[in-house]
Design a protein around this ligand. Structure first.
Ligand SMILES: [Zn+2]
Length: 594
């Protein structure tokens, strides 16, 4: 903590960072990054086109094939665990670079201390593999397949095993011997062009790769890497290997995985081969990757970051209830309110009773009850007017069904629904495009909480969310009757009490709140400018201001007496575990921290 504060003060007074030598006993673990992918990660831009700030570090000033970064050490496509000073080069030939050269350069400048990169990249390689795998090397994490092959390094077909074996060797040979210890900070990745043949499997395939690496690191080190940040870039639309399905898979993973950060490269420029980044897009991707890393890891040691979840909690849970059952009003809402929680209730307007004197369906709520719940802070949102299965109706009909429900909910509650829940969880591409318009999010993943839930399962779910810093979305229908109703509703009430006891770790928010927060948090960028006393933060957010209204939590480390102002107004601060927390408006302009 002290170390952070000292570095922080030095940053403020524009001093050098030499103090870190004097502070050697208190040094934090060295930073380690792991990088993998195909040709756009290996590097295909000529070193003569390196930005001038990197050329300055070259010792060969004709072809720029030699030189070294002051602090970055790399172990690239080698299985012996040894590192050399970093200079951009391709796997086979010197004199080629890509985005990571920029990212490491900026990390180098921000940290000003040794850090390590383990990289494995091979051009033209897919995750998916053909049925006939006589030739080739693949990234697949398919456990059956992995059992029957070896790493490409050992003449097998698995690139993933080459990558994890290289990481293991780096740990055994080098990293574990570093006195101050080490920490693997992030996984950088760009790949997918060669999966144009397996586009339909890309979602499943990439997810498995990420999970394989996180689990492997956790098992190898005994430390929790299940929440390892995964930072990746999409494929430019102009790329001849671009596939909409691969692109959609990447976006889906970025939305579902709280620790996955996707950089949109859809407009990226390419070389003449229509496959490889040119110097402009390579530099852009590298800079954007650094921005993400800097914001999640605070590499510049400014002492400031934006909390992943409200109040800097470890994870978030949204409890969602489908179909407008009367029990949601009589049982669920009061129970949740008692604990200070609010739920999300997904409604089909055609099933809601007009008023108490005209109950058409005794199992459902009335509009007045919905209005009451909305006024008390619950989210009342759109599940389609008539619960139509999207795969069975013409698009026009679905459109009308969605809009009709929006209008009814707006008329009765005074609030426009900003989320959507697919009837039958049917996520057909064309209707989905309509459903996501003017929303902060739609339910694309969920965990059933109902008839099959045991106390053990629920506890495991929550513990895992805490460990992986994820967002859990519960889906509940019946409480004592109806679809998937609990065998014993007490189980659910007990679960809610247990979650309440974890208040310092778990944020229980409505679907709209958490969807808005996490999107804003991932997309926010900011600059920090040191001032005489303190610093200013200038936030930028390109989301739709009228939809994304959730305040974000700012965190300042290692300071006690901090005042924060935004737009001339003093923001409320709270001190917890040696950090100062405050909520700010991401669209509210400059924030002054003193
Ligand atoms: Zn439903």
């Amino acid at each position: 903590m002290k170390n952070i504060l000292v570095t922080f003060l030095l940053f403020l007074f524009g001093g050098t960072y030499t103090i870190s030598i004097a502070q050697s006993q208190e040094k934090t673990p060295v930073h380690v990054f792991i990088t993998a992918g195909q040709s756009n990660t290996d590097g295909r831009v000529n070193n003569k086109l390196l930005p001038s700030y990197i050329k300055e570090l070259a010792t060969d000033t004709i072809d720029y094939k030699q030189g070294q970064y002051p602090f970055c050490k790399i172990s690239q496509n080698r299985g012996d665990g040894l590192f050399v000073p970093y200079w951009p080069k391709g796997r086979i030939t010197d004199g080629l670079w890509t985005y990571d050269a920029i990212t490491y350069y900026q990390i180098d400048k921000a940290l000003r201390e040794d850090f390590y990169v383990v990289k494995w990249a091979v051009g033209g390689t897919s995750i998916g593999f053909p049925n006939d795998t006589v030739k080739g090397r693949y990234w697949s994490a398919n456990p059956e397949w992995l059992k029957n092959t070896a790493s490409s390094q050992k003449k097998g077909k698995s690139l993933l095993l080459s990558f994890t074996e290289a990481i293991d060797a780096s740990i055994d040979q080098t990293l574990s011997k570093i006195e101050q210890g080490y920490h693997i900070d992030a996984f950088l990745w760009h790949q997918g062009e060669s999966d144009d043949r397996y586009a339909g499997d890309y979602y499943k395939n990439l997810k498995a790769v990420i999970s394989h690496v996180r689990t492997h690191l956790t098992q190898k080190t005994g430390k929790n890497y299940l929440n390892l940040p995964f930072v990746f870039g999409s494929i430019p639309k102009a790329n001849r290997h671009y596939r909409a399905e691969v692109d959609a898979a990447m976006r889906c993973i970025a939305e579902e995985d709280a620790n996955a950060y996707l950089i949109d490269m859809s407009q990226g420029e390419l070389q003449k081969d229509r496959t490889h980044f040119n110097e402009v897009s390579a530099e852009y991707l590298g800079q954007e990757m650094f921005k993400v890393l800097n914001q999640i890891l605070d590499l510049s040691s400014t002492g400031f970051r934006v909390a992943k979840y409200k109040d800097d909690k470890d994870c978030a849970i949204s409890y969602t209830f489908d179909d407008g059952l009367i029990e949601h009003y009589t049982l669920v809402a009061p129970r949740m309110e008692k604990l200070g929680f609010r739920g999300t209730f997904w409604i089909n307007g055609n099933k809601i009773n007009k008023d108490a004197t005209a109950i058409a369906d005794t199992t459902r709520m009335t509009w007045a009850q919905l209005k009451e719940m909305s006024d008390r802070g619950h989210e009342i949102s759109n599940h389609g007017w008539a619960h139509k299965n999207f795969s069975r109706f013409p698009l026009e009909e679905i459109k009308e069904d969605i809009y009709k429900n929006d209008s009814a909910l707006f008329a009765w509650t005074g609030k426009m629904p900003r989320t959507f829940c697919y009837p039958n969880n049917n996520k057909k591409a064309e209707p989905m495009k309509i459903a996501v318009e003017n929303r902060v999010g739609t339910r694309t993943f969920q965990r059933s909480i109902g008839s099959k839930s045991t106390p053990e399962d629920l506890e495991k779910w929550v513990n895992n969310l805490i460990k992986t810093n994820d967002w859990g979305v519960g889906m509940t229908h019946g409480i004592t009757y109806g679809y998937d109703a609990f065998r014993n509703p007490q189980r659910f009430w007990d679960h809610l009490e247990k979650v309440k006891a974890l208040d310092d770790k778990v944020w229980v928010g409505t679907f709209e709140e958490v969807a808005a927060y996490t999107k804003e948090q991932k997309q926010l960028t900011y600059e920090i400018t040191p001032q005489k006393k303190g610093f200013t933060i200038t936030p930028h957010l390109s989301l739709e201001k009228s939809l994304f209204t959730e305040p974000l939590t700012g965190v300042v480390m290692g300071s006690k007496k901090v005042t924060v102002r935004q737009g001339g107004k003093k923001l409320k601060t709270q001190v917890r575990d040696g950090k100062v927390l405050f909520d700010f408006d991401p669209f509210g302009g400059e924030i002054v921290v003193r």
